[in-house]
Write a protein that binds this ligand. Structure first.
Ligand SMILES: [Zn+2]
Length: 351
């Protein structure tokens, strides 16, 4: 049976054979395949239309049905730029088989709002999180230097903090258990330095740092990662490799050294659960598990419905057998805050 991942690969290969608008449609459909909630082969077997799925119009539907009818031999070699991505359908099957696993989850530690390039307000993200019975979410809008994504400066971050405080007070009065944590996705340069004053970060509950530049270099980037982890102002390294499905392969490093350094500093590396990121991926998570590295789950949601991407990260962590106590979003909120605080107190004298 063709899995959605197989179909994604067939679509991506077809995109390479086509040109212009068709090529783009196949490319888009390949990306979308990771978000289809059900197996396309099951839908076809039930004679249901495939066009209810994102990215599939009548033309692509015919093509997929043809592949299902006449399975061609799949080449087992998926190019690295599309390798090691989990489909939502696969993630859901895996999580359904291990129901206790998802129950450990208490929150989501990466999301964007209208304060930068997201489309929801903080209240809308909090509502969506409430519906998922989360205990906390971290609001991680982009920082100053990422202008293209509406990055916010220190003054705006402070204003956002006031809005979050107000929301938390209102929520606790109404008996809601969700706590909105103050955070930021601080842009790191290739030397691992952030773009926000340490003073502006001090009132935050937790700080995520991520690279958004020089992501196409093929040279070893171990030093960049070690520098970022040693940056006293961050506790979580976001979407570590910077890979994007079928677009950018991501950075390389001596990963055992990077994971060992994270353990030494007791910092976390992220699974960015966004479907075409899935970064860290399962193979690297297995290396992280051998070292005992802390892992953080963040959907990188830019819209409330995208909090659902968490299933991809939960499935990746489960596949890699990350011990639950190593996942920071499985911690109660006070323990999470204390962990973040300890990193900062320990690092403070060096500033
Ligand atoms: Zn980012």
């Amino acid at each position: 049976m063709l899995s959605n991942t197989n179909i994604a690969e067939l679509l991506a290969k077809q995109a390479q054979r086509e040109t212009g608008i068709l090529s783009r449609a196949f490319r888009r459909a390949a990306r979308s395949a990771f978000l289809w909630p059900e197996n396309v082969s099951d839908l076809a077997a039930q004679n249901r239309s495939l066009t209810e799925l994102r990215g599939i119009g009548p033309f692509i539907e015919r093509q997929i049905l043809h592949w299902i009818d006449k399975p061609l031999r799949l080449s087992s070699k998926i190019p690295a730029i599309r390798q090691d991505f989990i489909s939502l359908a696969e993630a859901r099957q895996l999580l359904a088989k291990n129901p206790a696993w998802s129950k450990n989850l208490r929150g989501d530690l990466q999301m964007h709002t209208r304060w930068s390039d997201g489309s929801g307000t903080i209240a809308e993200m909090a509502n969506a999180a409430n519906q998922r019975s989360y205990e906390y979410i971290a609001i991680t809008d982009h920082s100053r230097s990422l202008k293209i994504a509406g990055g916010i400066d220190e003054r705006t971050l402070k204003k956002q903090g006031a809005e979050i405080t107000k929301l938390n007070i209102l929520a606790s009065k109404s008996g809601a258990k969700l706590i909105v944590l103050r955070s930021v996705e601080m842009n790191l340069n290739p030397r691992g330095e952030g773009d926000m004053s340490p003073k502006s970060l001090a009132p935050l509950d937790i700080v995520l740092g991520s690279f958004h530049s020089s992501l196409r270099t093929l040279q070893d980037q171990t030093e960049r990662y070690l520098a970022a982890l040693r940056n006293p102002n961050i506790q979580i390294l976001g979407h570590p490799r910077g890979r994007i499905y079928n677009y950018r392969i991501g950075l390389n490093a001596d990963w055992p050294r990077v994971f060992a350094e994270a353990v030494k500093l007791d910092k976390a590396l992220e699974i960015d659960c966004y479907p075409d990121r899935q970064d860290l991926n399962v193979n690297l998570l297995k290396v992280a598990r051998e070292h005992g590295t802390r892992i953080s789950l963040g959907t990188d949601a830019h819209h409330p419905w995208q909090l659902g991407f968490i299933e991809l990260g939960l499935a990746a962590a489960l596949k890699a057998k990350i011990p639950p106590e190593r996942i920071v979003n499985f911690l109660p909120v006070l323990d999470l805050k204390m962990w973040a605080r300890q990193k900062r107190d320990r690092e403070a004298p060096r500033q």
